[in-house]
Design a protein around this ligand. Structure first.
Ligand code: ATP
Ligand code: MG
Ligand code: MG
Length: 549
């Protein structure tokens, strides 16, 4: 049980606990905007926020940051909840920023009454100009010195729907010369006549992120509000608002967001891939979404483990997607049951095996575990499917599979030797003829023969058919988001469909959500849309990292 060094957020929390801050209470929150499905970057934030609460006997709220009525939807709310629970976490409370709209409105009035906010009638261009540039201070608009009474009246009218979208905004009155642009009288409210997925048409003014996020943290008495680095320049405003409103002093801390090679991670881009049909859906197994990874065969443990390994940094970085693949490979190597499937079949006939006979051979489920986790029956007969690649008409020297005169072991079965093959009219090999060695059965081999290679097989008479989908990376560029058009580097061969593969009969009852190692081929899982009448398997990951750098 080796001690891991604390990350910088854990150090902050432990220091707070030592000082008795917040009576030793730790409350974090995960605040998704319900405008898309969660992705692996969100998983990092979920593991961090929920993990910290678990470690320090605290709690985590799930708060839907639903202040933008136009892009949000309950479909996303439901998927987000499902994904968090699937990852293995449970929130203390399910909350919505929209539930605070009334409180936030009273906070705005409080600021107006303190002379710290004003209604501005300028256009968005005029407001942008009023803020100046990083090197030049801003200039007040003609509305900056409105009286408190006038501001109160106009803000009330904004709420009542008297004005059109964009006609007026509420701004904080801070400092137009601040070196921090976010403090140059930032917007607090805007008018938007749009129906909200929860509050319907009750509101036509909506708070801006900066006037909702910290205030929501404070309402919930969140102790450690953890967000990504882009929000560092927002922190002075976060603190200013809490101080001026004299509300619970939540604190914001920032960590580096997850960026991963060969992956795009913004919801806007992911939505584009779905809408423009580059992928089938949000849960397409090539997507970096949690639902896509689940359908691909990733386990919650492998994702939590990945989050643990990448840790928490204060500086932007790029994580190799190979690390995520390593984590699932490691998990599945330990847990996946071994099975046999033939993806590119050719028939092997055992000429000295009795016609019509079937033997029930036994194969352990998991050689990585003491006792093998039980076993399954493997029917064996005269005709088998093997991989076309496992035979060569003119094999080179070190080819330890089949070719004229060559011997190989059939996994969990017998040693066979090839003595002939048949070609079809196009000159392609269509059948391989072998003899088997009756006393070479695995586990009770008395033949004394030594063979170097072992290959997988499926009995022709007992094989089931399945569709098998082989996935590859969705992008060919290491950093697709850095290009002008991220779609330019989409890998046209990211999905290869094998319409008719042969699988051993036991796989007909494969369980959804379980990983299987197809011996020598990779790790696979049943697709969530597979049916008994049409079995579909997705390749989660190859057995080894086959990607040339
Ligand atoms: P996107 O850019 O994908 O739209 P977002 O930050 O707008 O992401 P939110 O729904 O607001 O999406 O994110 C919820 C939480 O997840 C936020 O606290 C955010 O910091 C965190 N988060 C989002 N993307 C990442 C990432 N790539 N790495 C780590 N945390 C992330
Ligand atoms: Mg956000
Ligand atoms: Mg976003």
């Amino acid at each position: 049980n080796e001690e891991k060094p604390l990350n910088f957020i854990e150090e902050i929390i432990e220091e707070d606990l030592r000082k008795g801050k917040h009576d030793g209470r730790v409350l974090t929150r995960f605040p998704p905007e319900p405008n898309g499905y969660l992705h692996i970057g969100h998983a990092k934030s979920i593991c961090l926020n929920f993990g910290l609460a678990q470690k320090y006997n605290g709690k985590t709220n799930l708060r839907f940051d639903d202040t933008n009525p136009v892009t949000e939807d309950t479909e996303y709310v439901d998927s987000i909840k499902q994904d968090i629970q699937w990852l293995g976490f449970q929130w203390a409370e399910e909350l919505y920023t929209s539930d605070y709209f009334e409180t936030l409105y009273t906070y705005a009035i409080d600021l107006i009454q303190k002379g710290l906010a004003y209604v501005d009638d300028s256009t968005s261009e005029q407001i942008a100009a009023s803020k100046g540039t990083p090197t030049e201070p801003g200039v007040p608009t003609p509305y900056r010195n409105r009286s408190i009474e006038e501001n109160l009246k106009l803000f009330q009218e904004m709420r009542e729907g008297k004005y059109k979208d964009g006609e007026k905004v509420l701004r904080a009155k801070i400092d137009l010369a601040s070196p921090n642009m976010h403090l140059r009288d930032p917007l607090l409210y805007r008018i938007k006549h749009a129906s909200h997925h929860r509050t319907g048409d009750k509101w036509c003014i909506y708070p801006m992120y900066d006037f909702a996020h910290g205030q929501s943290d404070s309402i919930e008495k969140v102790t450690h509000s953890i967000c990504t680095l882009e929000f560092i320049p927002h922190r002075p405003l976060y603190d200013w608002l809490i101080e001026k409103l004299e509300i619970f002093p939540s604190k914001q801390y920032e960590f580096a967001r997850l960026n991963m090679t060969y992956t795009v991670m913004s919801k806007r881009k992911l939505l584009q891939l779905v809408k423009e049909k580059y992928v089938e859906s949000w849960d397409d197994p090539r997507m970096p979404t949690i639902s896509g990874l689940r359908r691909r065969g990733y386990t919650p443990g492998s994702i939590r483990n990945f989050a643990e390994r990448i840790g928490v940094q204060k500086r932007e970085n790029m994580i190799d997607v190979g690390l995520l693949e390593f984590c699932i490979r490691e998990d599945l190597n330990a847990t996946a049951w071994r099975r046999m499937a033939v993806l590119n079949p050719i028939k092997l006939v055992i000429t000295n095996y009795p016609d019509g006979q079937t033997e029930e051979l036994i194969g352990e489920n998991n050689p990585e575990v003491e006792g093998g986790e039980g076993s399954r029956v493997l029917p064996f007969s005269k005709e088998l499917w093997i991989e076309r690649d496992d035979f060569m008409e003119e094999p080179p020297k070190k080819f330890f599979r089949l070719g004229p005169g060559l011997s190989v072991r059939l996994k969990h079965a017998y040693i066979v030797q090839c003595h002939d093959f048949v070609k079809d009219e196009d000159g392609n090999v269509s059948e391989i003829h072998c003899t088997y060695v009756p006393n070479s059965k695995s586990g009770e081999d008395t033949s004394g023969l030594k063979v170097k290679g072992t290959i997988h097989w499926v009995s022709v008479a007992h094989a089931q058919e399945a569709e098998v989908r082989l996935y590859d990376r969705l992008f060919n560029e290491e950093n697709p988001a850095a290009a002008e058009d991220f779609k330019a580097s989409i890998n046209p061969n990211s999905l290869q469909i094998i319409n008719k593969a042969y699988i051993e009969p036991d796989l007909a009852t494969a369980e959804a959500g379980k990983g299987y190692q197809f011996i020598r081929l990779g790790y696979f899982t049943l697709d969530s849309k597979s049916t008994a009448a049409h079995l579909v398997f997705n390749r989660t990951v190859t057995l080894k990292d086959s990607w040339a750098k």
